[in-house]
Design a protein around this ligand. Sequence first.
Ligand code: 13P
Ligand code: SF4
Length: 383
Amino acid sequence: MVSVSAPVLLLLGRGKDSASERGVDCPGELPAPSDPGLVERARAAKAALGDRVFVLGHHYQRDEVIQFADVTGDSFKLAREAAARPDAEFIVFCGVHFMAESADILTTDAQRVVLPDLAAGCSMADMAVLEQVQQAWELLTDLGVADRTIPVTYMNSSADIKGFVGRNKGVVCTSSNAKRALDWAFARGEKVLFLPDQHLGRNTAVLEMGLSLDDCVLYDPHKPNGGLTDQQIRDAKMILWRGHCSVHGRFTLECVDAIREQVPGVNVLVHPECRHEVVNSADFVGSTEYIIKMLEQAPAGSAWAVGTELNLVRRLANRHPDKQIMFLDKTVCYCSTMNRIDLPHLVWALEELVAGRVPNQITVDPDTAHHARVALDQMLALP
Ligand code: 13P
Ligand code: SF4
């Protein structure tokens, strides 16, 4: 049996919580959100920095922020973009903490990665803490199955977890290459420990790899033995970590049924971070980039109910007025931590850089970065 200690929960952005994706307070004087000069100030600061700064914007960012991004993308594309800009002295990452960490790992030592608000964490990434994952691995070792298990972590995890996966001959994946990562892992082992998103792991295993739901077990880090019997762990092909995205986890089968009733012929398009029953009942499933491409290619007049973050769905609806693009849920559903990055924080970060100070720099310690890079490079090399 493995004993489990409960993680300390902190309020968003309050106090130090270095073991958490939520980071720490954002220091300094922020401009007021009502300041009518914010757009001009952001433009002026960017112009003053010129090529020294490169601004990355995740698709779930607010419009007021995304307008200043030099490139937009999902977490995979942004990691590649960061790695492809060795001449930019500063990478300002408009996204969340784990993305900025990956950017720091993939950029040169001379480059500095800045997250405009350190409270922009990710609740899913927080659901897998290194100590808990090490305990789970000890359990697998005691049961004699660790050497036949390949750890696979979703990009949406802390650098610590990526480092653990790199040390244990595993790989990072994103929602656009999860099947390729699992193919790679099952060619090297009999089991996969999939972190931290149970839904992406289950949906990929069952809907794309042909495994059954019975091949998958759910490991709960808050329960002794993960809430499983030794035999369940020995028999499982996929050991899914009990983590989920609080945004995509909100979509339910009822949402899908309701929209199909209201809008006959509607196409339901969802992200694989949604629950299994939602993904199973959708017409199309794919990563953020896939969702964007599907809607670009959709014929005029077609109707779409989209199950992903609301900033992106609203932007896509505005971009394609010839198509009927709706949010899958009845209620508003932003990612609250993505939304922490607003125009005042971006202006503040850029103006600090102009003043010669580097605010909210994200750094990963060299040993963790080395092993996390092994797992990230393995992902980039997937066939
Ligand atoms: P992607 O950026 O890989 O689509 O992941 C979605 C997400 O939840 C990002 O936090
Ligand atoms: Fe994390 Fe979900 Fe927000 Fe992405 S959308 S940052 S996975 S909470």
